[in-house]
Design a protein around this ligand. Structure first.
Ligand SMILES: Nc1nc2c(ncn2[C@@H]2O[C@H](COP(=O)(O)OP(=O)(O)O)[C@@H](O)[C@H]2O)c(=O)[nH]1
Ligand SMILES: [Mg+2]
Length: 372
């Protein structure tokens, strides 16, 4: 009995050892195959850059009156979207309306109101000084007359700037978008891409922010909404080479403008300047013509954004400003500080997160919206 049991135990042990041995041998054999091909989608073109084909033009429906052609994205007005800036600005000004004579204290408070609205100290002082001079000369004394003079002076301050976006005929235009992280560069490229398509242009996007894979993903989503092509590189790749490949692809495919995204996060100022200068140089290589370098600024950061802006203007020759998030900002006055202190025209304004929420900066509509 005992010996039978012993025999059974021995047999069981032998069988188990055998099974373990077989399992070990087969798993060893599989090991060398483990580091097979990486599960990364292959990218084409010499520079390791992936060109995604997107339909650029949607053919209009053929004489089917019931189905209207796709409308261009609707645009908001300054008045609709500047509620916050207007409240901040007119909060104090409305107190002036009932005054029969604007005295020393009121002039000072008026200046402070402009500074609070982020017009900037220097610009606020010079605006108020001018308005006081005109008020003295014309004998304007009461609150309503002084406010009318201030409004007129603010209109004048923004007049006469060239705010056109340059697009040369028969050229592969490159528009570079620069600015710190989170200001709205990628979103702006998406919106302007759609607008250019609406206007009959053939833009192509270049995902030059290669720091994060998510940045290229985000731009790809915007390219789909805008109906444009996009050229993107590998994460951590050289931004200049992505933009270079974008220009080559645009020229080869008859696109008239490359909308080039860039990274806003760089380790230090020297690094940023070097990187941007290189991007600018490479973008201008045959057949590319850099026709706009747009500095994107976030209106909610007000004066703080200005010091950042100066770093960018030192690194590249900026041709204009895109002021984003004016819809959510009480600091609309920063437009004046940008134009007078940076000496740059505000060309485009972001009035929301939707694809249609980017408009040309209309200085008259802007000033009117602040006062209404
Ligand atoms: N309200 C509002 N939000 C905006 C506007 N422009 C951009 N944003 C938002 O700002 C955030 C950062 O934008 P993004 O384009 O990623 O900034 P980037 O890092 O400079 O590329 C996103 O959540 C955008 O939706 C604008 O004009 N108005
Ligand atoms: Mg971005």
């Amino acid at each position: 009995m005992d010996s039978t049991l012993l025999l059974l135990v021995i047999v069981a042990v032998v069988v188990m050892v055998g099974l373990v041995g077989v399992w070990y041998a087969t798993s060893r054999r599989r090991l060398p195959q483990a580091p097979s091909e990486p599960e990364v989608e292959p990218v084409d073109t010499g520079g390791g850059v992936d060109v995604l084909e997107r339909p650029v033009e949607v053919a209009p429906p053929e004489v089917v009156p019931e189905v209207p052609a796709p409308e261009p994205a609707p645009r908001p007005t300054f008045f609709e979207r500047l509620g916050k800036a207007r409240n901040a600005f007119t909060g104090y000004l409305s107190g002036l309306v009932g005054l029969s004579k604007v005295g020393e204290d009121e002039w000072e408070e008026l200046e402070e109101a402009l500074i609070r609205a982020d017009v900037g100290v220097k610009t606020s002082m010079s605006l108020i000084e001018d308005v006081r001079t005109i008020a003295n000369e014309t004998g304007a004394e009461d609150g309503v007359a002084v406010l009318a003079l201030l409004k007129q002076r603010m209109h004048e301050e923004l007049k006469g700037k060239d705010r056109t976006l340059r697009l040369d005929d028969d050229a592969t235009n490159v528009w570079l978008f620069v600015g710190v992280n989170g200001v709205g560069k990628t979103t702006t490229i998406g919106k302007i891409g759609r607008r250019l398509v609406d206007e009959g242009h053939r833009p192509l996007m270049a995902a030059g922010d290669t720091f994060r894979a998510a940045a290229a993903e985000q731009l790809t989503m915007w390219a789909e909404r805008a109906g444009t092509e996009i050229v993107r590189g590998n994460e951590g790749g050289d931004p200049s080479s992505v933009i270079f490949d974008g220009v080559q692809a645009a020229a080869a495919r008859g696109r008239d403008v490359v909308l080039a995204d860039t990274a806003g996060r760089l380790h230090n100022k020297a690094n940023l300047m070097e990187e941007l200068a290189k991007v600018r140089r490479v973008a201008a290589k045959e057949p590319g013509t850099v026709t706009e370098v747009l500095l994107v600024l976030d209106a909610t950061t007000g004066q703080n954004g200005l010091s950042q802006a100066k770093v960018f203007t030192e690194a590249v020759e900026v041709t204009g400003v895109v002021l984003t998030k004016l819809d959510g900002s009480a600091k609309g006055g920063v437009v004046f500080a940008i134009e007078s202190e940076l000496g740059l025209p505000v060309k485009l304004v972001g009035l929301g997160e939707g694809v249609g929420d980017l408009v040309d900066f209309d200085p008259d509509a802007f000033v009117d919206a602040l006062f209404e």
